[in-house]
Design a protein around this ligand. Structure first.
Ligand code: GLU
Length: 404
């Protein structure tokens, strides 16, 4: 019998970040000494006080359904977080909690997009944005950037991509995969354009908010909604506990946004996943309300790793990197090695060949730039130990040196 899948599922590609991480996992299980730099997840353990809150919740019997889009205690913690860290004022009716950041984006898109609606996505982008838009029935419109413009769009570039079908723009700062950060002034230049188009909604993916280096005036975290009230009235400000608190497996994403969209998202979630895990929600309450002092130490450690990886990769033959300002990714250009051959005679025609040959011959897994919409680049997640990073970077340098 031949099984036929839906047209919808055929529209999308497998997530390259998930696929490369799985490939590295399988090679490791075969006993290979693989260093995986493909998964965007902090290597730190979830802090003890957060785990303790989850265990307490289990003991108290908090193991039942909760309100579909998050329990009140968590919504209150989120409202406080938005006020404290972003100076954004939300009520409970503006908050939605889902099993991860991905479902928040998916819920927002599926509840607002109709066929023909366009969603502007600056590239390089996180792999899942265009596919989520396609699954939700919309059309991704990609604005390309490059290393020369620090991988950021300007108001002018945005203006040129807007049509009468534009429904959303997705912003992500600090960025996955580049680590670049939009300053307040840069966001203002986008706002100037968006002000001319009051029907466009903004999704601001702030999941890497806490991972910001050299926090000076020029590298201070700003989310677009906090700059302008009218813009905020049509913005979904999205965040989660995964990256900041090293809670990727707990699956808690959340957002603040217009009541009409939040209501629709609740309706959808009530017919799909229902509530995120009750235990994870209690852990998230503790993450947001509890001790935050460990974040500074984690950040220091990420910064040391960033410096090391930047320095080592920039010295590799044929690679060129921008020093990331946030998140835990670096996005080197591998233009200088395209067309070269490995000692085994394989030609590096593109960034996918680069990533696959690097994995096969040097056992380092990275994600090819094509998956993020901008080639020839590749993404490294440096959220792993310094020791592993040094070995991995040495292997990458050697790989590049051996290319002919
Ligand atoms: N966001 C992370 C990454 O980019 C986790 C994997 C995923 O969901 O894409 O690697």
């Amino acid at each position: 019998m031949s099984i036929k899948l839906s047209k919808n599922i055929e529209k999308i590609a497998p997530s390259a970040t998930v696929a490369m991480t799985q490939l590295a996992r399988e090679l490791k299980n075969e006993g290979k000494d693989v260093i995986s730099l493909s998964a965007g997840e902090p290597d730190f353990d979830t802090p003890k006080h957060i785990k303790a809150a989850a265990i307490d919740a289990i003991h108290r019997g908090e193991t039942k359904y909760t309100a579909v889009d998050g329990m009140d205690e968590l919504k209150e913690a989120i409202i406080k977080k938005f006020k404290r860290e972003n100076n954004l004022s939300f009520s409970k009716e503006n908050i939605s909690v889902a099993p991860g950041g991905k479902p928040i984006i998916y819920n927002a898109m599926i509840t607002t997009l109709n066929p023909g609606d366009e969603v502007i996505i600056p590239a390089p982008y996180w792999v899942s944005y265009p596919d989520i838009v396609k699954l939700a029935g919309g059309t991704p419109v990609i604005i390309e950037t490059n290393i020369e413009d620090n991988f950021k769009i300007t108001g002018n570039k945005l203006k040129q991509s807007i049509t009468k079908h534009t429904k959303w723009i997705i912003l992500n700062s600090p960025s996955n995969p580049t680590g670049e950060v939009y300053s307040k002034d840069e966001l203002k230049s986008l706002i100037d354009v968006l002000k001319q188009h009051p029907n466009i909604y903004i999704l601001s993916d702030d999941i890497y908010e806490h991972l910001l280096y050299n926090k000076s005036n020029s590298n201070k975290f700003t989310t677009i909604g906090q700059i302008d009230d009218e813009i905020n009235s049509r913005t979904i400000t999205m965040n989660g506990v995964s990256k900041a608190y090293s809670m990727t497996g707990w699956r808690i994403g959340y957002c603040g946004g217009p009541k009409v969209i939040i209501d629709a998202m609740r309706k959808l979630q009530g017919q799909s996943t229902s509530n995120p895990s009750s235990i994870s929600q209690w852990a998230a309450v503790e993450a947001l309300n509890g001790d935050q002092s460990f974040l500074e130490k984690w950040l220091e450690s990420f910064e040391e790793r960033r410096n090391k990886v930047f320095e080592m990769l920039n010295s590799a033959n044929g690679l060129k990197c921008l020093k990331p300002k946030g998140a835990f990714y670096i996005y080197p250009s591998c233009e200088g090695v395209i067309g070269k051959k490995t000692p085994y005679g394989k030609i590096i025609n593109n960034d996918k060949d680069f990533a696959m040959n690097l994995l096969e011959t040097k056992l380092v897994s990275v994600v090819h730039g094509e998956a993020f919409g901008l080639s020839p680049y590749f993404r490294i997640s440096y959220a792993t130990s310094m020791e592993k990073l040094e070995i991995a970077c040495d292997r990458i340098i050697k790989f590049c040196d051996e290319l002919i």
